[in-house]
Design a protein around this ligand. Structure first.
Ligand code: HEC
Length: 137
C-alpha cells in the first residue's frame, strides 16, 4: 500500500516538474505572432492540461474525465492547422489515443493509470512540439 502511494507521489512530482518544464520551454515572444483564434486555442490547451493535473491531485474523477475529454475535443478541432506531415498526423493520433485512455481511466476510477496517462499526454505534447521545431528549421 505504502509502495503504491509513493509510486503515485513520484509520478505526480514528475508530472508537476514536466508541466513547469513545458511552461519554461514555451517562448514568450514569437517571431511570427499567432492569430487570436490560434492563441485562444492554445490557452485552452494549456488550461485543460493544468486543470487535469489539479484534478489528479485531488482525485476528482469527474474533473479528470471532463478535462481529458476537453483535450480530446481540442485535438479534434485543430483543423486550423496547415501542418500535415505524416509525423504530425501520427503525433495527433497518438495524443488522441492517450487522451481517450485517460478518460477511460477516470471512468474506471483508476488513479494510477490516470496519472500515468497524464504523464504520457505530457510526453505527447513535448514530442509533437519538438517535431514542429525541427520541421520549421
Ligand atoms: C499533434 C501536435 C501537438 C500536440 C500533441 C500538442 N500541440 Fe501544442 N501546438 C501544436 C501546434 C501546431 C501549435 C501551433 C504552433 C504555431 O503555429 O506557432 C501548438 C502551440 C502550442 C502552444 C503555443 C506555443 C507558442 O508558439 O506560443 C502551447 C503553449 C501549446 N501548444 C501547448 C501544448 C500542450 C500543453 C500540449 C499537451 C497537452 C500540446 N500543446 C500538445 C501542436 C501540438
Amino acid at each position: 500500500m505504502l509502495k503504491r502511494i509513493s509510486f503515485v507521489a513520484v509520478c505526480l512530482i514528475a508530472a508537476v516538474g514536466l508541466n513547469f518544464w513545458i511552461m519554461a520551454q514555451t517562448p514568450q515572444d514569437q517571431d511570427k505572432p499567432l492569430t487570436i483564434d490560434k492563441k485562444r486555442f492554445m490557452q485552452r490547451k494549456v488550461a485543460s492540461a493544468s486543470k487535469l493535473l489539479e484534478s489528479l491531485a485531488v482525485e476528482n474523477y469527474d474533473a479528470i474525465k471532463q478535462h481529458s475529454q476537453d483535450l480530446l475535443l481540442l485535438s479534434q478541432e485543430s483543423n486550423w492547422n496547415t501542418i500535415q506531415t505524416p509525423e504530425y498526423i501520427e503525433y495527433s493520433r497518438e495524443f488522441r489515443v492517450v487522451a481517450s485512455r485517460l478518460r477511460d481511466s477516470a471512468d474506471e476510477r483508476n488513479l494510477d493509470t490516470a496519472t500515468l496517462g497524464y504523464i504520457e499526454l505530457t510526453m505527447s505534447c513535448v514530442r509533437c512540439h519538438k517535431h514542429l521545431r525541427s520541421a520549421s528549421k
